[in-house]
Design a protein around this ligand. Structure first.
Ligand code: HEC
Length: 130
């Protein structure tokens, strides 16, 4: 009798372990965002500037973020964009409204996570003028 109880106990813990493992995998799959592949500056990024930035840039303030001018204007700000290193790029702090950065952009409220993630992926993919 004792032996049967112990065997059942072992089986029960085995089933419990299996179910915990499967839950863990379900969660991992659900929480994985698909990587953003091949961001294009012209197709994906410039339209974001057009929608959220050109009202003030350059009319009110540099950099000039209009089409044809924005890439050179942004890339020439020291530390603003570090190709391959979004985390170290000051522009990302500005876009995330990081409290350590004095210039949140746009100043009113942050853009959607979708837009911010696109810009982050573009910088991490080398900040190309593509
Ligand atoms: C409502 C107007 C307004 C909007 C919209 C706006 N900006 Fe700005 N931006 C400013 C002003 C004003 C400054 C100067 C802030 C200062 O120097 O104190 C500035 C400064 C900057 C700078 C810093 C330049 C430097 O030399 O350090 C960058 C980069 C910038 N903005 C990018 C953006 C981007 C990208 C967007 C859109 C996502 C945006 N801005 C939207 C008004 C705006």
């Amino acid at each position: 009798m004792k032996k049967i109880t112990r065997t059942l106990g072992v089986i029960a813990s085995f089933i419990l372990m299996l179910s915990l493992t499967s839950c863990y995998y379900d969660e991992v799959i659900e929480n994985t965002n698909p990587p953003i592949l091949d961001v294009s500056y012209a197709i994906d990024i410039q339209p974001i500037w057009n929608q959220f930035c050109v009202a003030c840039h350059p009319t009110l303030e540099q950099p000039d973020l209009t089409e044809g001018n924005s890439y050179n204007a942004l890339i020439s700000i020291p530390g603003g964009i570090i190709p391959g290193n979004a985390e170290g790029s000051e522009l990302m702090e500005m876009l995330r409204h990081d409290p350590n950065n004095p210039n949140p952009m746009p100043p009113s409220s942050p853009m959607s996570a979708t837009n911010i993630n696109l810009i982050e992926a573009w910088i991490n993919q080398g900040a190309l003028n593509n």
